[in-house]
Design a protein around this ligand. Sequence first.
Ligand code: SF4
Length: 320
Amino acid sequence: MIREKKKKFTFGPVPSRRLGRSLGIDLVPFKTCTYDCIYCQLGRTTNKTTDREEYYPVKDIIHAVKEKLRGISRPDYITLSGSGEPTLHSRIGEIIREIKDITDIPLAVLTNGSLFWIDEVRNAVLDSDLIIPSLDAGDEDAFVYVNRPHGDISFKKMVDGLCSLREDYKGSIWLEVFLAGGITDKETEILKIKSWTDRINPERIQLNTAVRPPAEDFVRTVSKERMEEIAEFFGPHCEVIADYSKVHDLGEFHSTRNDVFELLKRRPCSIDDISDGLDLHRNETIKYVQELLDQNLIRMKRRGDKTLYIEDENKTKNEI
Ligand code: SF4
């Protein structure tokens, strides 16, 4: 069990493309995951594992959630996500039930869906209101290439787990499909992915592509036109995840976004530098950085293997 003096279990509420104002709950240390996706916005996985542990004490997490809820206006969702794969927390089921006992705010689990072939993991999430798992490939080869899973997880185990989740779970499943340009947006790959989404039968399919700086430079963005074409092929319950910039207009996001921008005007910073400097959770920082990138107010710069962000002086500055 890990006890970090300054561990922040909650982050936000942050603007979410799908969930409105989402209060994030982080259940595992950075970056503990069953995958090491080529597109991960958190960078490369440092602890690739399938070991389920009580990474942080349940009572500390619940205490942090209670404290946070006291100090903020009601978020639209409480979302278990964070610095890696939340189902790796061995007591996620208790965490869900305890949160449901203290609030009626809908609870979502943002997961890569890699462990639902384990009965205990499936059973643990049954009390949540919404599960957003991922399916980024249609066969073993593409799965290994895109998600770089832990050796214990085969494509078959993963998709069988998603099919079983569908059978057992009464809440909504929104399946996120990340498409990597030139890799999984090809016709043959799309056909394979669709054969699985048909079997998993989620309430919604949400297509995503590399709109944030990915772990690997070679990951290409799929054009909006191609994404829309693919969404149409998947059917009426499929959507390209919409531009979320509008939710950032809320005043409470405005001042922190401004703080991030002010910092980047002074010096180039990595995501970690910004998070440390402004005492923000890494996931929250990524949201603000993405928005500033979208507005062309800052730009990305590589220094060695580090990604830094800096004010873009060549662009016309918008009001922020
Ligand atoms: S599953 Fe999520 S956290 Fe894990 S490597 Fe992939 S994108 Fe990153």
